[in-house]
Design a protein around this ligand. Structure first.
Ligand SMILES: *Cc1c(COP(=O)(O)O)cnc(C)c1O
Length: 371
């Protein structure tokens, strides 16, 4: 289609394809390993709460009928969980859908968007598609978000400050005082979006969700959460946003597609939200396996970033794509980072104990780099 390049907006042509990695089927086809450890996408090894699987019997009607476009039952449960009005909750087809909704609702061509770097690529891509200019603020020593750098970037007019906390891909979490400083530094005409996809895993003393800070300030903000990570429902696609006000939530709702949260996912999320002991088990396993992987990698001489999430980001001391390919041969799927300046970094998910063992055995076999 030779016309495509003239038809399509230049912002879209400039996008890099999403780095989603290989599926289990693709790895089987290519290398036929005896066992596959899928550690590239931060999925939960334990899957969803048992009550979710028991829902399977209900799904015929759930599939036949349109979902509740407001997702009232689920928004009510989420509202109760976070002590926020049901009407300040919006649902998305994954939280990535909501990132796109927010960008479509607020960004004009030429607007500045501030985000840390290395970044979650979708935080940049949807802004880029809208014609906004993304300003990246590189992480500082120890892979911590550069709060001073972001505060400096906020001195010039901007429309959106967006970041994940804990931060994907590096895994670091902001101390409360730093989070407070960032919130205070953002002028009221800048929307603050904090993507808390990994908040359930935060267990360090002093770590806090931004919701508790933002609810006290009178300014526009959105906190994004997802059922894809600790709740083990990545395949069903359900994310949600907590929004500063009813008015802004309604505006965002006008921009989304009316049935963006499917009925099966809504029912599953409701069941998943009710099982705190399963969640505690998922988080406990992730902390244990993260720690094991981190200690191992450091013993092998690799530099790792301190993680408050369910993954470890580390310098593999050679092109990450090559290292990841060696792991694939051994049935281990990880994510080689591809953003400029971080092409030697790999992100590995903390999966099951067996997954970690397989990963560590493979790394030991490949050996530390000499370069
Ligand atoms: C995994 C992840 C998400 C979750 O996306 P969903 O669309 O909800 O599956 C969102 N933000 C970040 C930073 C993530 O790592």
């Amino acid at each position: 289609m030779p016309e495509a390049s003239s038809l399509v907006r230049p912002e879209v042509l400039a996008l890099a394809p999403y780095n989603s990695g290989l599926t289990i089927g693709e790895v089987l086809d290519r290398y036929a390993p005896a066992r596959i450890a899928k550690l590239g996408s931060n999925e939960s090894p334990l899957g969803p709460a048992p009550a979710v699987s028991e829902l399977a019997a209900l799904t015929t009607d759930l599939m036949r009928l349109y979902p509740d476009p407001q997702g009232r039952a689920l928004c009510h449960a989420i509202g109760a969980r976070f002590s926020i009005s049901d009407e300040q909750v919006i649902l998305g087809n994954g939280s990535e859908d909501l990132i796109s909704v927010i960008c479509r609702a607020i960004l004009r061509p030429g607007d500045r968007v501030i985000t840390p770097y290395p970044s979650f690529p979708l935080h940049e891509d949807y802004a880029t598609v809208m014609g906004a200019i993304v300003q990246r603020v590189p992480v500082g020593p120890g892979f911590a978000m550069d709060v001073d750098g972001i505060c400096a970037a906020l001195q010039k007019p901007a429309r959106l400050l967006i970041f994940s906390n804990p931060m994907n891909p590096v895994g670091t979490a902001l101390p409360v005082a730093e989070l407070e400083r960032l919130i205070a530094a953002a002028p009221r005409d800048v929307l603050i979006v904090i993507d808390e996809a990994y908040a359930e895993y935060m267990s360090a003393p002093g770590s806090i969700t931004a919701i508790d800070l933002l609810r006290k300030v009178d300014r526009p903000w959105v906190v994004l959460r997802t059922f894809s990570k600790a709740y083990g429902l990545a395949g069903l696609r359900l994310g949600f946003g907590l929004v500063d006000s009813l008015e802004f939530a309604q505006i965002l709702s006008r921009v989304r597609t009316p049935f963006n949260a499917n009925a099966v996912a809504q029912a599953a999320a409701l069941a998943a939200l009710a099982d705190d002991s399963h969640l505690a088990q998922v988080v406990g396993l992730a902390r244990t396996e993260c720690h094991r992987i981190d200690v191992f990698l450091r013993e092998q001489g690799f530099q790792t970033a301190p993680s408050a999430a369910n993954f470890i980001f580390f310098d593999c001391q050679r092109p990450a794509v090559d290292f990841a390919e060696e792991l694939l041969r051994r049935g281990v799927i990880v994510k080689p980072w591809k953003q400029a300046g971080f092409e030697r970094f790999v992100r590995v998910t903390a999966g099951s104990r067996n997954d970690s063992d397989q990963f560590m055995a493979a790394v030991a076999e490949i050996g530390a780099a000499t370069s």
